[in-house]
Every structure is written in C-alpha cells, then in structure tokens.
Design a protein around this ligand. Structure first.
Ligand code: ARG
Length: 359
C-alpha cells in the first residue's frame, strides 16, 4: 500500500516538476518531504501547484475527450479545506456561476478534500445540472438517464415536478452521514431554448438544454492520491446534445417527431429520415447556442482542434493516447481525421476515473 503510494507519488512528482522546469534539487527536496509525510501519516498533501498541474494533466490524459487542446487552460479551484456539506454546496454554486460566466464558458474544476481512511466527500449527482427523469404509467417523462437518481432525490425529500426539464437538486454527502439536498438557485441556471434557423415549427417541440456540462461523479487521481469529489466542466460539442441527448432512443428520442414535422417518410429507411432529422436537430442546437452567446463547438472544429492537440503533444515528445470509439463524433465521423487512424487506449495518470454510485 504505502510502497504503491510512494511509487505513484514519485512518478507524478518527477513528471510534473520536469514539465514545470523545476530543478533536480527541488525534485529531490520534495521527494524527501513527501516520503516522510507518507511514512508518518500514510498519505501526503499536494501543493497548490501540484494540484493545479495534476488536474490539467488528468484532462490531457482523458482518452475519451476530443476537447483536450485546452488542457492547460483549466481553471482549478482549490476547496480542499471545506469541512461541511453546506460549505461544499456553496462552493458548487460558485463553480456553476464561475464556469457559466454568462455564457462565455470557462473550463473549471473544483477540488474538495482527498479521500482518507476517515474522510470521504461524495457528490451524488452525475452532473451538477441535469434534468430529472420519471417513470410514469404513460411512459417516461424528462431524461431517462436520470431515472434512478431522480427516485433517490424523491426518497431524500425532493419534490418532483413531472416536467421534461426539471433541474435536479445537488446531493452532497460526507462520510456515511445523511446526504444534504439543495436546490440550485434559479439565477445560476443558464439554459438555451432550442430553435431552428429556418423551421418555425421547431419551437413547438419545446426543447431546451442547459449551458454547461459539469461532470461531478468521477474520481480525480493524482500521484496516488484520490479526490472523490472534483466536479469539472468544459463546454459542449453540439453532437452531445443533438445527436445523443435528444436523439438516442433511450434518451429524449426526438427523431421520429422531427422527421414527421419535416414531412419525411419515417416508415422508410431509404428515405434517410433519421439522418435528415439528425442534421436539422444538430443545426438547431448549434444555431441556438451561438445566437444566445453560449460557448459550444461543432464536431468539425472540435476535430481540427484535436488534431492540433495531437501535433502539440508530439512536439512536446509525449505519446498521445485516445479511445477511438469515443473520440469519433456520432455525426459524420468519417468526415473527421480521427476516423481514419488508430489511437492507443493505454491509461496514463493523473486521470479521471469512474467510481460506483453511492445510491
Ligand atoms: N456527454 C455529456 C452530456 O451530454 C457531457 C460530457 C462532457 N462533455 C463536455 N463537452 N465536456 O451531458
């Protein structure tokens, strides 16, 4: 255990300090310090610089992310000192406001205290802002992805509203205490009503989506240290919303309605109605976000940015890893360079990892 931690810590410190142009002396000094901390207490604490750079490296190493060109522009907010659920919820509100930035989205991570034998912080939400999903007699309302978490919130006392876009409350837990539930203040929520540049009827679908995807259920691992609560965000790539959240049959499943409203023959596969509906839905998502001044990237631009990332990594003499199955966009994948080459899916650390749901 301790030897594993020492090894992971040393590896991280060496890479991190080399990239930050620290001297060999500084490395040795820090390694001694950390050795002592680990031997005495069984763990060590990152300096602000290590935390910040480690979180950035973790983004750089995220094989499934096409947006990694911007890894070193991550805003890192250090909230390791917070002790209560109330303080943590307040910090989550601050994260939402800072990251949203009235639409000029800032890639941001807020890091809470590291896991220890007597201490564990968990955010139960999958993303800080997500829409509830309800199983009813008349089918599913809202986002089917959220059904089980929504039931958990209701069990914890949250009042369901049975709409299609009900923002779920924050649920925060420290150790095995009863989790705290908090509604996100209305004024912190930025949402984009989805309309189409040419089809007036698109409004009648009453679609909207929230501005900022803030993943809140993953572990951040840096140099053998685990942060179980470290919500982070970038901005959306249009297809995440237009080709998945609204389009998947197991999500909002909007393609049949859109196909019909476009006057397409949705009985015939060779009419390519799904492809046509997908295209217009994605056009609408990009158009609406752009018009509202909310950061978003289309998949062609995102792929070009990823190419630049690959080039920069090569120039820095780092090997690039990636998960092809996630990197290709769900719309017109072969129109991007990513489709046409293999990627090495080895896992490098620091990184973000899944952890089991606490509910
Ligand atoms: N795909 C997820 C969603 O649709 C968000 C994942 C993170 N995406 C991002 N652009 N940073 O909500």
């Amino acid at each position: 255990m301790i030897t594993d931690l020492l090894k992971e810590a040393e590896e991280f410190i060496r890479t991190c300090y080399r990239e930050l142009n620290k001297t060999e002396q500084e490395v040795e000094h820090r390694l001694n310090e950390l050795n002592e901390q680990i031997r005495n207490k069984g763990f060590y604490e990152h300096t602000n610089l290590e935390l910040e750079y480690g979180a950035k490296m973790a983004w750089r190493n995220s094989n499934r992310c096409i947006g990694r060109l911007f890894w070193d522009q991550l805003n890192v907010i250090d909230k390791r000192n917070l002790k209560t659920e109330e303080e943590i919820i307040e910090a989550l509100f601050e994260h939402i406001e800072y990251a949203t930035n009235k639409g000029r989205i800032r890639p941001t991570i807020t890091i809470f205290s590291q896991k220890a034998s007597n201490q564990k912080v968990r955010i139960w939400n999958n993303q800080l802002i997500r829409y509830a999903g309800y199983k009813t007699e008349h089918g599913v309302l809202g986002d089917p992805h959220s059904i089980s978490f929504t039931e958990t919130c209701i069990d914890l006392g949250w009042e369901p509203k049975f709409g299609n876009f009900d923002v779920l409350p924050l649920v925060v837990q420290i150790n095995d205490h009863h989790p705290k539930v908090a509604q996100i203040p209305e004024k912190l929520l930025l949402e984009v009503p989805i309309r189409h540049p040419n089809y007036k009827w698109f409004n009648d679908l009453n679609l909207k989506w929230y501005a900022v995807p803030m993943i809140s259920d993953m572990i951040l691992e840096i140099g053998g240290i685990t942060y179980t609560a470290a919500p982070f965000n970038g901005w959306y790539m249009g297809t995440e919303i237009g080709a998945r959240n609204f389009a998947d049959e197991s999500r909002y499943n909007m393609l049949p309605q859109i196909g019909k409203l476009m006057g397409l023959d949705i009985k015939s596969n060779i009419s390519l109605w799904k492809d046509r509906a997908l295209l217009e839905l994605n056009t609408a998502v990009l158009h609406s976000f752009k018009e509202d001044g909310v950061s978003i990237v289309d998949h062609h631009t995102a792929a070009q940015q990823f190419k630049k990332f690959e080039e920069k990594e090569r120039a820095s003499e780092r090997s690039i890893t990636g998960d092809w199955t996630w990197l290709i966009p769900p719309l017109s994948p072969a129109a991007t360079h990513i489709f046409h080459k293999p990627y090495n899916n080895d896992i490098k650390k620091p990184n973000y990892f899944y952890q089991p749901n606490p509910y």
